[in-house]
Design a protein around this ligand. Sequence first.
Ligand code: HEC
Ligand code: HEC
Ligand code: HEC
Ligand code: HEC
Ligand code: HEC
Ligand code: HEC
Ligand code: HEC
Length: 252
Amino acid sequence: VDYHATDTAPKPYTCGACHTTGWQTTADNGGVNQDGLEGILGTWEETGITCEQCHTPGVNHVVSQSAADINIDESKELCGSCHFRDVNHNIEASGGFIRHHEQFDELIASPHQERNCIDCHEAHIGVRYGNAAAGGIVATCESCHSNITSNAHIVPVDCENCHMGRATKSARAVHTFEGDVRTHLFRIKTDAVGKDDMFFVDPTSGKTFTRGYITLDIACYSCHTDPITMEGGGGSQRTLAQLSARATGIHN
Ligand code: HEC
Ligand code: HEC
Ligand code: HEC
Ligand code: HEC
Ligand code: HEC
Ligand code: HEC
Ligand code: HEC
């Protein structure tokens, strides 16, 4: 059976390309299914993303045990080989949220398009479940943007809470304005417009894509509350117009 087999568009199990190490499709391996399971359209060497998926098979390294024998690729394209969705790197969206695993596509549409993922990330440590503080993030926003000393907001708020709002949905949204994965678009539009403004329908493909910024409802309603829908983080009610007035020139 396919993943989401009862949907109008069921997904075949080709997930191994990004979720396993040493994946070969059935077209490449002569029609073999992992563990003889017909739905799995290929085979893997190891489950999950392990050393050799990023460092290529380490035949020499195993013999020498020297770090000099490990192939190291520092480019964002390495990470982007899995953290993307559309081959043209348009940022796909659906249901009012950015779709997940598009960090590469977002980054190259952002003011950080010249950055590599590992400028900020330690390649071997995750950031979910509190791991950012445990070394998953090697450069904080403040370390590069030392001129932004204060957000002049009445309470101190971490940069990520506004600039990396959860505009993306992987499994489940918290509410209308908060998904479950942080965005890498970073730029915040300060006009008094809601998140519909982030998206447009491409007439050729009929798909919904994302422009290169987040709107104030995504940036601010993870804490504040929208007085119209009464959705948000439960903090003080602010209209988009009030947020816009406060957000414009917020760091000046
Ligand atoms: C998601 C991709 C990825 C995986 C998986 C991965 N690495 Fe790395 N590794 C990198 C990148 C990228 C660098 C370069 C880091 C840098 O320059 O800051 C690196 C650097 C290294 C280095 C050089 C020393 C250092 O820390 O800078 C060693 C040694 C290493 N990796 C070993 C491993 C081993 C062993 C594993 C499996 C347990 C592994 N890596 C898994 C991406 C990966
Ligand atoms: C193009 C590469 C790619 C393909 C193909 C892919 N995934 Fe993923 N997936 C990712 C990446 C990268 C992440 C983590 C980043 C994110 O969620 O934004 C992820 C995250 C997930 C998560 C959430 C994991 C967590 O810890 O929250 C699940 C579940 C998942 N994928 C299932 C699947 C299934 C099932 C398929 C096949 C039907 C699939 N994926 C195909 C790249 C891919
Ligand atoms: C071969 C595919 C692949 C490559 C290459 C890859 N990733 Fe991932 N990455 C994944 C998948 C799949 C997940 C989701 C796994 C899960 O959550 O169970 C993920 C999850 C993550 C997460 C969130 C997980 C957490 O616990 O915080 C971060 C951060 C991440 N990757 C960063 C990177 C960086 C940085 C690079 C490049 C050095 C990279 N990835 C290269 C497939 C890949
Ligand atoms: C490794 C250094 C580095 C880190 C870390 C970093 N940035 Fe940047 N950032 C830059 C550079 C370089 C630019 C582009 C130069 C510019 O336009 O100012 C930039 C641009 C920006 C811009 C657009 C600036 C403008 O004038 O429009 C925003 C917003 C931004 N960064 C926010 C953040 C946030 C939020 C974080 C933390 C999640 C962060 N940055 C982390 C280096 C960094
Ligand atoms: C300018 C710095 C910066 C760059 C560049 C960057 N990231 Fe991140 N990333 C972060 C920060 C900060 C977090 C959030 C950490 C936290 O939640 O505390 C994060 C979170 C993530 C997450 C987890 C999101 C979630 O909410 O589950 C993934 C996956 C990820 N990054 C992948 C990537 C990939 C892949 C690239 C390159 C294409 C990349 N990042 C480039 C700073 C950066
Ligand atoms: C991490 C939570 C959080 C986020 C995100 C957040 N705020 Fe706040 N904000 C607060 C708290 C807490 C207060 C103080 C209590 C109150 O007034 O609700 C506050 C107060 C305010 C106030 C009244 C006091 C003042 O400083 O003028 C305004 C206006 C405001 N926020 C605007 C914004 C805007 C605009 C954004 C998005 C760009 C935003 N906030 C994002 C938590 C947050
Ligand atoms: C309360 C939400 C909020 C927080 C917290 C926040 N920012 Fe911003 N930031 C904004 C908004 C909104 C803008 C857009 C301002 C404009 O366009 O007038 C912005 C703009 C920027 C810019 C573009 C240049 C500028 O001065 O306008 C940079 C760089 C930036 N922020 C970095 C940071 C860093 C670094 C942090 C953490 C120290 C941070 N921000 C914390 C809301 C926030």
